[in-house]
Design a protein around this ligand. Sequence first.
Ligand code: FRU
Length: 517
Amino acid sequence: MHRYTLLSYVVAALLVAGCATTRNTTSSTTAREQHRPLFHFTPPAQWMNDPNGMVYHDEEYHLFYQHHPESTVWGPMHWGHAVSRDMVHWEHLPIALYPDSLGTIFSGSAVVDANNTSGLGTRDNPPMVAIYTYHNAAMEKTGRNDYQTQGLAYSLDKGRTWKKYERNPVLKNPGIKDFRDPKVAWNEKANKWIMTLAVLDHIEFYSSDNLKDWTKLSEFGKNAGGHGGVWECPDLFPLTINGQQKWVLLVSINPGGPNGGSATQYFIGHFDGRTFTSDNPPQTTLWLDYGTDNYAGVTWAHVPASDGRRLFLGWMSNWLYANEVPTSTWRSAMTVPRELSLIQTEAGVRLANVPVREMQKLRTGTTRLKAQEVSGTLDLSGQYGLNPSLLELDLDLDVARAQEVVLRFSNSKGEHLDLGYSVANKELYIDRTQSGKLDFKNTFAGVHKAPLIIQDSKLKLHLLLDVASVEVFANGGKAVMTGIFFPNEDYTKVELVSKGTTQMQESRAYPLRAARK
Ligand code: FRU
């Protein structure tokens, strides 16, 4: 199996190198693979789902990911691997973790064990330690419930090569089918490693001095938040608002998302080193992103305190249709990396997210969009030559006299994606019912909505468009939506359509360059 997967990796790498050469010889975008994003992370070839093991070490951001190297559909999971110095330009590395006799390698996290608490490295050369879920399909077939366990692997060469810990698993299964996706972080208060684990319909916290021996501390969530599906891929971290520290617990849930299928909910509260308590009423469900295509996201470990940001990235797909999306040599992309923060809203403290500032490197210039009143349709691409396949928009709108305002992205075939705000419904929406290819799965087409209350009629829309996806960050990341789409031809036109009168204040558009080589 190893030799075969290595071979297919090499073939995939050659294939990608071939494509890259083709791209360099042409100035148009026609030679590239259809629907392949140009600045979002995609695997060189084959299947990808969740981001894993996100850790910053020695000036590199590591991104591992759920990967099936032999197919464009989900299968026996490996950890694919890439590194970046800026979260924008990525270098693909060989597969980091292969399945072994204990199982395939499901999602998990990685830490730098700076004090060598695990003894897996030395003080001079501390180990990077990956903590992941083993999924044993053979055991599952026999009808047992204890086939998911947690294991360790470590690297002494900046993540380039990995060894499995010889006494795996480090956390056995208590007889619950869904027992996975460990996110480990050092907790100052407890003076221990804390593991946040998704267990069917709740979260369990475990602690350890050495990453090898784990003790259960507490549970959270059986009666809190959304329960429309299984809980997966948690994360727990502190953020500060008005000088006060809060703890944020991310929990991905599938299905049960606000617009169907997979989505990521969060809780804001307190973690005392043992127990998490939520500030929100148990019946409230909060969503990090209301779009259909941001799942299993977690944050980077060990981002230096001098940087201070909480950096997040998610898988830009949805289990409703991820295995069927119409791409050929690869499947799925990640969202852009985002910075998380707490903001005060009329409903209380909420989690906001915006693209990291490093994304600005991709701007090739600034197009100023002059202030104007729009009643009906304003052709932004006609007026300013904007190409919606590779574009950032930063629009300041006043909708005091509008009922609805829509950004429409379209091609010559009449296919279009609408991103709108309904003033009456106080809702942001993405309508992809006429966006292009739809028939690969009947759950794909749809109108997806996010509640958004705006102050003084001011609507700020910050958008990133990359061939087959849109990410919209409204009013500073207060409402966020991510959606993918598959037009038969790339979109070439951007229009601003107003029902009633929208006052566009002076705004900005940034043509972008590709991040991929
Ligand atoms: C989330 C998930 C995880 C699991 C992984 C398997 O998308 O289902 O819970 O570890 O994917 O690939």
